[in-house]
Design a protein. Structure first.
Ligand SMILES: C[S@@+](CC[C@H](N)C(=O)[O-])C[C@H]1O[C@@H](n2cnc3c(N)ncnc32)[C@H](O)[C@@H]1O
Length: 294
């Protein structure tokens, strides 16, 4: 019989326990049955669903990034929306040939799993953990329920106080998520890589146009994010990716629900009805991958 998810998660944590640290007191973890316990007895249970919650604060994130958003994000991702972005990330990662990956802000893990499967991290070469962290418990719960494998560790955690030990990680992925560069530099090995993915101005432009019409919210700029990135870490390369994806009627509701863009808009249901009455919708995907070095 296949191992239970809680045992898969426990085995992976056991193998890579040195990669983790307590978010409260920064000491190393040991084991206490199905919990990890630090040297000051802060204890965190491993969920039977196959993840560990190493965040014990309060967050409003879950109001935005909830189960509904993640269900839609997973569905639209399965339609191939992010395939070309993933292919490029896998190519970069395979060239680096890292021994450890941290996905900081992994959401429901749709991209994490694709990258895990297509970079050799899914094969039992040791020691090669993929650690995926997100503050949204809904996101991590969804991710672990969907895909739970040896060497892939799902963690509810805060990227502003990563539950990861110093100088351990070869590659950090930070895909369309907030960043904390001081934390990223702390956990990266010397010479380690940060692959920061930001949306370019054209990202989902047809959807933005559909929602906001001529309103100035229609425009998006990543200038400030890029400037902040350059102030904090050495950027060694920037790769732009742009493609269009034709979304069939079946997936249009998921496109609408998968982004915070559509959350607090006027006449939300009316706009959604208008969009979902289409037989297809062509959408632009445009990203910048900033390849950065510690
Ligand atoms: C736009 S989603 C991107 C998710 C995923 N990387 C993807 O591309 O599908 C942004 C994610 O950042 C997470 N997030 C926001 N603040 C965070 C924090 N302080 N620590 C960890 N995750 C955070 C959210 O919960 C959300 O899942």
């Amino acid at each position: 019989m296949a191992d239970k998810k809680i045992d898969i998660a426990k085995n992976t944590i056991q193998k890579y326990i040195d990669f983790l640290r307590c978010p409260l007191c920064e000491t190393r973890f040991g084991f206490d049955n199905y919990s990890v316990k630090c040297q000051n007895n802060h204890s965190y249970d491993i969920s039977r669903k196959g993840y560990v919650n190493l965040f014990n604060g309060y967050t409003k994130i879950t109001r935005t990034y909830d189960k509904k958003l993640f269900t839609a994000r997973k569905k639209i991702s399965d339609s191939g929306l992010y395939s070309k972005l993933c292919e490029k990330l896998c190519e970069i990662i395979n060239n680096i040939n890292p021994e450890s990956i941290l996905d900081a802000g992994c959401g429901c893990g749709n991209l994490t799993v694709d990258i895990f499967k297509n970079t050799g991290f899914g094969t039992p070469r040791a020691p090669s953990p993929t650690i995926a962290v997100d503050l949204s418990k809904d996101g991590i719960d969804y991710a672990a329920t969907d895909f739970c494998e040896d060497n892939l560790l799902w963690i509810v955690g805060n990227l502003n106080n990563l539950p990861v030990a110093d100088n351990k990680i070869d590659v950090i992925l930070n895909i369309m998520s907030p960043a904390n560069y001081a934390e990223f530099l702390r956990v990266l090995k010397p010479g380690g890589y940060l692959l920061k993915v930001l949306p370019n101005a054209d990202y989902l432009k047809e959807l933005r146009h559909f929602i906001y019409k001529e309103n100035d919210k229609n425009e998006y700029s990543n200038k400030d994010v890029l400037a902040n990135l350059a102030d904090n870490i050495t950027i060694s390369d920037i790769i732009d990716i742009k493609y269009t994806h034709k979304i069939s009627a079946e997936y249009i509701p998921a496109l609408f629900d998968m982004t915070p863009l559509t959350l607090n808009i006027n006449e939300r249901e009316k706009i959604k009805d208008e969009l979902t009455s289409r037989t297809s919708f062509e959408i632009t995907l445009a990203f910048k991958i900033a390849v950065c070095r510690k």
